[in-house]
Design a binder for this molecule. Structure first.
Ligand SMILES: NC(=O)c1ccc[n+]([C@@H]2O[C@H](COP(=O)([O-])OP(=O)(O)OC[C@H]3O[C@@H](n4cnc5c(N)ncnc54)[C@H](OP(=O)(O)O)[C@@H]3O)[C@@H](O)[C@H]2O)c1
Length: 257
């Protein structure tokens, strides 16, 4: 091999080594998960990190989110009922593409209203409804609103609203008033966002994780979060535009609204 071809090969090798990592970096997708410090949100953060995503996990108290930090996620402070927090998260993401917004943070309501025959019309309070709506319905609306500029920078933006079968209108009688009504509300949020954004390439779904062993699901949950999240991540990754605007169960089956 003469000097000229050795030089050409060295040049090609250098260009290849410099450009390959940069190209690969562009392919790394970013997911933002709310309520990622415990429960299903934490498991989403673990598994998305393991799958090579850049994970932004939000927590109301980032200083206590040690398990979330250990996943390698970037941790941002976010109470989804706080306009100030939402604006700060949007500012932190300004100019950066966001591929998946996972509206996971959820509030069940006062535990007293559950399972003891208390979830009746005479027991529902304005405060319970307001608290559930603020977190479960309005949280996803105003966070989506604030993060739209970042989602619009993604080649294939997805908004995943974590819902529940308790929010299905076919549920005969939910054990929790505020929770079920506010989750039926977030299903309407999914439908509205799909109606407005799907023409711009957005995929928006409601996703029910099944009954899981978390603080909310209690030890009576039939699923371990690892299993439920292990099924939901491929479902999210493989979503097609015709699946948008619909309600899905963790195992891939479609749920009626
Ligand atoms: N577990 C189940 O069986 C089940 C079934 C159906 C649907 N889901 C849904 O799945 C999602 C996750 O549930 P989970 O079982 O993981 O619940 P969880 O263990 O109770 O965790 C709830 C998460 O939401 C966060 N959160 C609560 N209020 C918030 C607020 N105002 N702003 C920001 N974050 C807030 C909590 O943060 P803090 O730690 O600061 O409180 C926590 O990170 C929820 O939307 C829930 O409705 C769960």
């Amino acid at each position: 091999m003469n000097l000229k071809s050795t030089w050409t090969l060295t040049l090609l090798f250098t260009i290849f080594s410099i450009t390959l990592p940069a190209g690969a970096a562009e392919d790394i997708k970013t997911v933002l998960i709310t309520g990622a410090n415990r429960g299903l949100g934490l498991e989403f953060a673990k598994q998305f990190s393991q799958n090579g995503y850049k994970v932004i996990g939000t927590a109301r108290s980032p200083e206590k989110a040690t398990e979330l930090k250990a996943t390698g996620a970037e941790v941002l402070k976010l109470d989804v009922t706080s306009e100030e927090d939402i604006a700060a998260v949007a500012e932190a993401l300004k100019g950066k593409p966001l591929d998946i917004l996972l509206n996971n943070a959820g509030y069940f309501g006062p535990t007293l209203s559950v399972g003891k025959g208390n979830a009746k019309i005479n027991n529902i309070t304005r405060q319970e409804l307001l608290d559930c709506f603020s977190v479960n319905t309005m949280g996803p609306i105003f966070l989506t609103q604030a993060l739209l500029p970042s989602l619009q920078l993604s080649k294939s933006p997805k908004i995943i609203n974590i819902s529940t079968r308790s929010g299905q209108l076919s549920t005969p009688r939910s054990k929790a008033w505020g929770y079920s009504v506010s989750k039926a509300g977030v299903n309407m949020v999914t439908s509205n966002l799909h109606g407005e954004l799907s023409k711009n390439g957005f995929i928006v779904i409601s996703l029910a994780p099944g009954h899981n062993q978390t603080d909310m699901g209690t030890e009576r949950g039939q699923l371990k979060p690892e299993e439920s999240i292990g099924k939901m991540i491929p479902l999210i990754e493989n979503l097609t535009t015709d699946q948008s605007g619909r309600f899905w169960y963790y195992n891939g089956k479609e749920l009626p609204w």
